[in-house]
Ligand binder design. Structure first.
Ligand SMILES: NC(=O)c1ccc[n+]([C@@H]2O[C@H](COP(=O)([O-])OP(=O)(O)OC[C@H]3O[C@@H](n4cnc5c(N)ncnc54)[C@H](OP(=O)(O)O)[C@@H]3O)[C@@H](O)[C@H]2O)c1
Length: 248
């Protein structure tokens, strides 16, 4: 049974990707993971509409024990995964606010950002990579952000978010190298979704031209299109929503 796992599935982009995967038939089962799936209205609706194909999984990407437990539960339900899309991420939460200048940097907020955006992506891969198919074409995609590109940084600011995504990008590149040795069909990439109208970006949308602010459904369609078009030579790459490469 071929299955796709979406982590951060309660979020704006994650839930739209789950809906997008359920609308196609490439995967018999779609697994939607977040901290509290039952509390997500979007996931509850999708679960009611697709009771046979949607599995929900509770996990916290910052907690290795919760991830190990979730992976063990999943291993009993599906044979292999051919897709893992990690959409869990944080830009602001409580004391964690995008910094405009160095004086606004807060150590605890930096750590929280790294815990979710960087460590979270690596720990998700550590827990679920053993379930990836060893031979079939498979994709592990981490939702990154263009602002995590070191080469593209011309504005500064947003220390915690930028640096945690840059660290996530390094983890993605490392995973691409190591996992491809065991999983011959695996393509492991970082993806920039564009600016998407979700809770995460809402406070920062004022200067985004309307044609560059994507609905979650459109973002999901575009990202799944990029994933569909990936070939073996794209392993270890960083791509934007339109398929164009993003500098690391
Ligand atoms: N929206 C944009 O414009 C934009 C642009 C560039 C990049 N991105 C990236 O795209 C990804 C998705 O963003 P979004 O806009 O969909 O954000 P969102 O709506 O705020 O969703 C964030 C997701 O992260 C999950 N999450 C946060 N902390 C978690 C934890 N400790 N354990 C498990 N899940 C956790 C949340 O699940 P819970 O239900 O567990 O809280 C939620 O599903 C993020 O990585 C973001 O950085 C977004």
């Amino acid at each position: 049974m071929s299955a796709a796992l979406v982590v951060g599935a309660s979020g704006g982009i994650g839930s739209a990707i789950v809906a997008g995967l359920l609308a196609r038939d490439a995967h018999e089962v779609v697994v939607a993971a977040c901290r509290e799936p039952a509390a997500s209205e979007a996931l509850t609706k999708l679960a009611n509409a697709h009771p046979q194909r949607l599995l929900t999984l509770a996990l916290d990407v910052t907690d290795p024990a919760s991830l190990a437990d979730a992976a063990a539960r999943l291993a009993g339900r599906v044979n292999t995964l051919t897709m893992i899309i990690n959409c869990a991420g944080v830009l602001q939460a409580g004391a964690l606010q995008p910094e405009r200048r160095l004086s606004e940097v807060d150590a605890a907020a930096l750590v929280e950002s790294f815990r979710v955006n960087a460590l979270g992506a690596l720990l998700v891969a550590q827990a679920f990579a053993p379930l990836l198919d060893r031979e079939a074409r498979s994709v592990l995609a981490n939702l990154s952000a263009r602002v995590g590109s070191i080469g593209d940084n011309r504005l500064g600011g947003w220390y915690a978010y930028r640096a945690s995504k840059a660290a996530q990008n390094m983890f993605t590149r490392n995973l691409a190298i190591e996992l491809a040795r065991r999983h011959r069909g695996l393509i492991c990439v970082a993806l920039h979704p564009g600016t998407v109208d979700t809770g995460l970006s809402r406070p920062f949308q004022a200067r985004v031209p309307p044609e560059r602010l994507f609905t979650p459904a459109r973002a999901a369609r575009q990202l799944l299109g990029v994933i569909d078009a990936l070939g073996p030579g794209d392993n270890g790459g960083f791509f934007a929503w339109d398929g164009s490469p993003v500098p690391w």
